[in-house]
Ligand binder design. Sequence first.
Ligand code: ZN
Ligand code: ZN
Length: 257
Amino acid sequence: MYSNATRVHMDPGPGALIRLREARIDPTKTNALIITHCHPDHYNDAEVLIEAMTHGCKKKRGILAASESVLNGHEGLGPAISKYHASKPLDVRVLKPEMPLKIDNLQLIPTKTFHSDPTGVGMRIKSDDGIISMTGDTSLKEEVYKEHKDAFILVLSVTRPLQSRIPYHLSTEDAASLIEMVKPKLAVLTHFGVKFIASNPDVQANWVEKQSGVRTISAWDGMTICLKSSEYTVQKCISRDFADPRKFPTDLDDIIA
Ligand SMILES: [Zn+2]
Ligand SMILES: [Zn+2]
């Protein structure tokens, strides 16, 4: 996520570094690395990204904010970051619901989740241009709705398609209920399991949109959303010259064409 000059990277799962390269985003300019909970689809590339953020661990810079489980370990989960890497950022914080974090002009408010990592969080991000709220990995509870009220854009971790709900995750039906209650301007479904992908993510999103009356899209790799003065646009992130290291790095303006 970018806001003017502030760059926040959330949940660097497997392949995060290579995806940044593909999108021509320079990881050495990251200001904050956020890790919502201790499952590898969310933390796998964390140490690599810390190395980038701290310029090869040579410069004390950036913020690392992560769940208790990721930083210190919790009930057999984690820690997911070595003491060495956790000592390199300028500031390290444990994310807890209702303990906000200010990064330049962004306010990050961790939100409650109900997931198999009990120390996990979602994230509500307040910027001058509107609120983007992310459910994080969670099952559906009334408290989750309260956490994301008034979001302009709601991003939901939806793992399962229609008629195949599993514990600790949102299904397509759950997504529709939550979106109907929150009533954002745009809902984005992401974090798809294999069954969700096999059930056609666009079909799932259309079902949710019909049920909730809110524009709903299923995310794709490289999707870019621009939020400016409470207006949003959805674009495809252009991947160019991926294989040519001489053309890297570049600037944000270059990828939002
Ligand atoms: Zn998880
Ligand atoms: Zn996950």
